[in-house]
Design a protein around this ligand. Structure first.
Ligand code: ADP
Ligand code: ADP
Ligand code: MG
Length: 460
């Protein structure tokens, strides 16, 4: 058993990991940047070590400083959370070479899925369809045009190293493709230090459906069902739920098929620990592999709620070399779970980030309500990192009950001092199409378009 774990992250996920460690009687070490000195994870951990200044490049992304902290504190393992160094195979290798266990997939599996283009190729080999597109990275403008001619517009230009909804753009014709191709490369180089882009068909009216997987060091891999994350704004998830209404109401036979495809891809990568295989599904029930997130996912709690399995605890046990306790047939699903990502953003001002001091803070509770957050009254959300305040998760015996409960919980949630997305998520809970379970990734755009029209009509 690990005796001590360092958490190389911040915010709600650091708190989540520290809680899992405490339940396993593992001591915890937090690392933090100077601006995070008063953050919840620092207060909750048994020890805390400052690793530098606020910019992530001077703290949470500094492998040397995190490893030094791990050696000073003499930990057995490091949990990287999500974002930051979580999908960095080099970091995982450095940990292993310092005799510190990395709580995540083995570097071999990470390298097999190193970027989106490599992962696409691996999925194809595993017999899973990807959106039609280029074979690997597109090196020349002429090649981009040739691919678009073959697959037809609209197409997406995507950075192989992109993430968090950034690094992709749509092109509808040759002119916007040529322009977009060059800008995408320059932007990708700046944002991800990798200018590689590839091209894939833009799937119309897509549903984002992803499968949670778990793998042990003996090669056993299972999936824990799906999450529907189609409620997105600018390719970033706002609300997630399990089960997916699309698979539940419309394409009942797809769940099993996509689940098996997810496991096949994970097997081809000889995947270990927790991961997520992402797909887009169109209105006709065609499904295409998108990417593998080689880490714990922001929205993992919805899967925990419907399966009753603690994923972070499982990650720790799997990293210790324990075998999977479950077989595919042991995984059963109960009821429905929904998560809202509560962000410090102003929905009335194009979701502009709203960092600052939280004055009053009262979070919802009661039956079927779960909060994952590092926020409290008096906490200052720094402008430096992402704007998520926390995640509100509700469950119900069915989708209707989970939605009504979410609506109630959002209503109870009181945060003053910063703007939040709460009112917007409440509007979604009351939207007839969302309540019917009929929505795609176009949903938020349509809702905002409608709201804008109403505002304009009111004015005129
Ligand atoms: P999830 O599906 O778990 O929500 P996201 O893709 O939204 O995953 O990313 C989770 C977190 O990691 C977010 O904070 C996001 O900003 C960050 N992130 C993911 N990939 C990258 C990347 N390549 N570069 C920078 N940040 C990233
Ligand atoms: P990230 O690494 O930022 O998570 P993904 O490749 O997972 O990037 O895509 C994020 C989101 O962008 C998807 O959930 C989907 O809404 C949209 N998207 C990505 N690729 C396509 C595509 N080929 N067609 C339509 N939408 C897409
Ligand atoms: Mg993704």
């Amino acid at each position: 058993m690990f005796e001590k774990v360092l958490v190389a992250n911040r915010g709600e996920i650091a708190v989540r990991i520290i809680r899992a460690c405490k339940e396993l009687n593992i001591r915890t070490v937090a690392v933090y940047s100077d601006i995070d000195a008063n953050s919840m994870h620092v207060q909750m951990a048994d020890e805390a070590i400052c690793i530098g200044k606020a910019p992530a490049s001077e703290s949470y992304l500094r492998i040397d400083r995190i490893i030094s902290a791990a050696e000073i504190a003499d930990v057995d393992a490091i949990h990287p959370g999500y974002g930051f160094l979580s999908e960095n195979a080099h970091f995982a290798e450095v940990c292993e070479s310092c005799n510190i266990r990395f709580i995540g997939p083995q570097p071999r599996a990470m390298n097999a899925l190193s970027d989106k283009a490599v992962s696409r190729a691996l999925a194809k080999k595993a017999g899973v369809e990807t959106p039609p597109g280029s074979e690997g990275i597109v090196e020349k403008e002429q090649d981009a045009l040739a691919v678009a001619k073959r697959i037809g517009y609209p197409v997406m230009i995507k950075a192989v190293a992109g993430g968090g909804g950034r690094g992709m753009r749509i092109a509808h014709n040759d002119i916007s493709l040529v322009k977009g191709y060059h800008t995408a490369r320059t932007e990708a180089e700046k944002a991800f230090g990798n200018s590689g882009v590839y091209i894939e068909k833009f799937i119309e009216n897509p549903h984002h459906i992803e499968f949670q997987i778990l793998g042990d060091n003996k090669g056993k891999i299972i999936h824990l069902g799906e999450r529907d994350c189609s409620v997105q704004r600018r390719n970033q998830k706002l609300i997630e739920e399990s089960p997916s209404p699309l698979l539940e109401y419309k394409f009942k036979k797809l769940r099993d098929k996509i689940g098996k495809a997810a496991v096949r891809i994970a097997e081809a990568a000889r995947y270990t620990n927790a991961g997520t295989v992402e797909f887009i599904v169109d209105d006709h029930g065609n499904y295409y592999f998108l990417e593998v997130n080689k880490r714990i996912q922001v929205e993992h709690p919805v899967t925990e709620e419907v399966t009753g399995i603690d994923l972070v605890r499982y990650q720790i046990l799997l990293a210790m070399g324990e075998p999977l306790q479950h077989s595919q047939g042991d995984i059963t699903f109960k009821g429905h779970a929904i998560e809202c990502r509560i962000n410090a953003e102003d929905p009335f001002d194009d979701f502009r980030p709203s960092p600052g001091r939280i004055e009053m803070y009262y979070q919802p509770g009661g039956h079927g309500v779960r909060m994952e957050t590092h926020a409290y009254a008096g906490y200052t959300i720094p402008p430096t990192y992402d704007s998520m305040i926390g995640k509100l998760i509700t469950t119900g015996k069915d989708r209707r009950e989970a939605i009504d409960r979410m609506n109630r919980a959002l209503n109870e949630y009181l945060i003053t001092g910063v703007k939040t997305t709460i009112s917007f998520q409440q509007a979604i809970m009351q939207d007839p199409n969302f309540r019917r379970g009929v929505y795609s990734t176009n949903f938020v755009g349509q809702l905002l378009g409608g709201a804008r029209r109403e505002l304009i009509e009111e004015k005129t």
